[in-house]
Ligand binder design. Sequence first.
Ligand SMILES: [Zn+2]
Length: 266
Amino acid sequence: MAMIQRTLLVLFIAACTLSSGCATVRRELGYALISDKTEIKLGAKFAAQIEAQQRLHPDRGLQSYIQRVTKALLPPALEDRPGIRYRVKVLDDPKQINAFAVLGGYLFVYSGLLLIAEDEAEIAGVLAHEIGHIVGRHSANQLAARFGMDFLTSLALGEDPYQLGQIASQLGSARFSRDDEREADTFGVRYAIEAGYDPRGLLRFFEKLKKLEAHRRSDLEKLFASHPPTGERIRRIERLIDQYGASGGQRHRARFVRETAVLRRK
Ligand SMILES: [Zn+2]
């Protein structure tokens, strides 16, 4: 693509990030800007940096459990956006109530988020939402808008651990537009339902966050910053669940408590 066209696209995406109503336009433009190959390459590099900067939870049973929950959510996501290999890692920090998606299919969830969840449906709801950000190419588009394609391409092809590390350290608190959040909710609710989960898990998790917020503001800031669960957003998720006609669904409370017991052991 000619340089001038690409610059215009980047500017347009940057403008879109600030306004609402153009998630689809941005996604279409994203295809023109950042190829799957570049996105996956860049994602792998950022994920390696995050794993080097932070502590992975050492329990292999816990890691593989969260991987299994993620895998159950993937069939419709892979139909919506083929060619992505999803990987999820639990980061060991009980004070961080956060989860985030790095472009290319790399998901991270902090042990602090698992500790305040009460069943598997809540975690599946959060993970399905993060998968929705990958399917919507939200972080790829956001990075393209912020740094420009030439820089991202050189980062994907070259070796610049300093720059990679700098950007990687900000990915956990990256802010998405309201449109991106809505789109990730729409994908996420559907993925949770298709995997047989109670889709209200995500709502229960939001309600819990709201209650906790009053007491533990500082710990919650990141997840609130990146995924503000506003009243409007909660009502919209409720409408989506009604539209799908989903009633019931599994919560898998006993299994969740058993598989995450290692987090509560002293
Ligand atoms: Zn989000």
